[in-house]
Design a protein around this ligand. Structure first.
Ligand code: NYM
Length: 210
């Protein structure tokens, strides 16, 4: 593959908490970098910005925020990165994104009274991913991987509802069995990512859910 031709690809990794997304994002970054691709890793929520600090405080259970208000904050946390993301993509940088609007919708709509369609609205128009990879792990397997239960949402019942919500959106995604070895999962992801990077070329960047 020619390095540096065309725009970058927008690659999203999604999954339940403890599905191995963060490990896989880092391995993907290292692997693409070692082959001289221009690539960046970003993560949502970005806990460093002002909205991100409030989100962090909410997730650590230090602050209560209304369900719809926190949903909008998570969305704002993505919108504030939009211009930077578009600039990077146009400059040929591939973006690997650890969670995106799909997490926003799957987690918020697991709460009573928040409809999936309502939850999608604030993120309509964000840069549209060229590839969404979903790391599929059962909620009980995810729970048995370390560190579970420290933050808001990290309990098996809630994650089951989140998993069902993800399934309502996953028709066009690459769903990968995340129960395999770290290296096998990595290879599968890498193959999908490489073919997506080759295919984006100079195709215009789409808008999500429009
Ligand atoms: N989360 C993440 C949401 O509820 N809405 C969102 O829009 C996003 C991006 O935040 N349990 C949830 C999913 C996770 C938590 O994510 C923090 P992470 O990847 O553990 O930092």
């Amino acid at each position: 593959m020619a390095v540096g031709s065309g725009r970058g690809a927008l690659i999203i990794l999604e999954g339940l908490d403890r599905s191995g997304k963060t490990t896989q994002c880092k391995k993907l970054l290292e692997s693409l970098r070692s082959h001289q691709h221009k690539v960046k890793l970003i993560k949502f929520p970005d806990r460093t910005t002002e909205t991100g600090k409030m989100i962090d405080s909410y997730l650590k259970q230090n602050m209560k925020i209304d369900d719809r208000a926190i949903h909008l904050l998570f969305s704002a946390n993505r919108w504030e990165k939009r211009l930077e993301m578009l600039k990077d993509l146009e400059q040929g940088i591939t973006l690997i994104v650890d969670r995106y609007a799909f997490s926003g919708v799957a987690f918020s709509s697991a709460k009573k009274g928040l409809e999936l369609e309502w939850c999608k609205c604030p993120d309509r128009g964000l840069p549209k991913p060229d590839l969404v990879i979903f790391l599929n792990v059962s909620s009980s397997d995810a729970a048995s991987r370390g560190g579970y239960g420290e933050e808001r949402y990290e309990n098996t019942e809630f994650q089951k509802t989140v998993a069902n919500n993800f399934k309502r959106m996953w028709d066009e995604w690459k769903v990968i069995d995340a129960g395999g070895s770290i290296d096998d999962v990595h290879q599968t992801i890498l193959n999908y990512v490489k073919s997506t990077m080759q295919s984006v070329d100079d195709k215009p960047i789409g808008e999500l859910w429009i």
